[in-house]
Design a protein around this ligand. Sequence first.
Ligand code: PLP
Length: 221
Amino acid sequence: MTDIAANLAAIRARIAEATARANRPAGSVTLVAVSKTNPAEAVVAALAAGQMVFGENRVQEAAGKFPPLRADWPGLRLHIIGGLQTNKARDAVRIADVIESLDRPKLAAALAEAMAKEGRRPDLLVQVNTGDEPQKAGIARAEAADFLRACREDWGLPVQGLMCIPPAGEDPRPHFGFLAELAARHALPVLSMGMSADFEAAIACGATHVRVGSAIFGSRA
Ligand SMILES: *Cc1c(COP(=O)(O)O)cnc(C)c1O
C-alpha cells in the first residue's frame, strides 16, 4: 500500500527546501497532486492529509471522482491538466477551478462559449510546447505570443499563466526558463511546471505550481 500521507509530507518538505534554496518566499509554490488513474479513496486519503489542490488529465474521470467530494471538502480545487477535446470544454468548465491545457484557437473559442453558457469562469493556463515536439500538445513557441493576445483580447478569456511539459530525456531547465521569461513578458503570474522527476528544478526556475503524481500516489499501472 502506498502511504499517501507520508509521501505528501516528504514532497512538501522538498518543495519547502527548494523554495528556500531559490530565495523565494515560503509558501510561494502550490503543490498540485495529480491523482489521475487513482481511485477516489486515494484522493480522500490526500484530502485527509491536508492536500486541497488536485490535477486530473481526463474530464470524464475527474467528473466521476471530484464533484461528490466538494460537499465534504469545500476548499478542494480541481485542475484539468490533460489535453482537452473541444467537445469536452463545457464539462471541463463545469467541474474545474483551473484548466491548464488551453493550447489552440478552436479550444479557446469552445471555452469562451462554454463559460458564457455555464456562467462559470475557471482560471486558464496556456500550455506551451516548449520543445516544439510534433506529437505533443501545446501551442508552438513561435505562436505563443499571438495566441496569448488573442485569448485575452479576442475571446476575453481569464488567462492567468502558462504550463509546459518539457521533452522527456532532456535537461528541463532551458524549457522552464523559456516559460518563465514568456510569462514575465506577458505579466502572467502563474507558472505550472515540474513533475515528480523535476519539480525542484522547476522551482529554481520560478514555478508557482508543481504537478506531482507518482511521487505521491505511487507509480501508475
Ligand atoms: C501525469 C502528469 C503529471 C504528473 O506526473 P508524475 O511524473 O506522475 O509526477 C504532471 N503533469 C501532467 C500534464 C501529467 O499528465
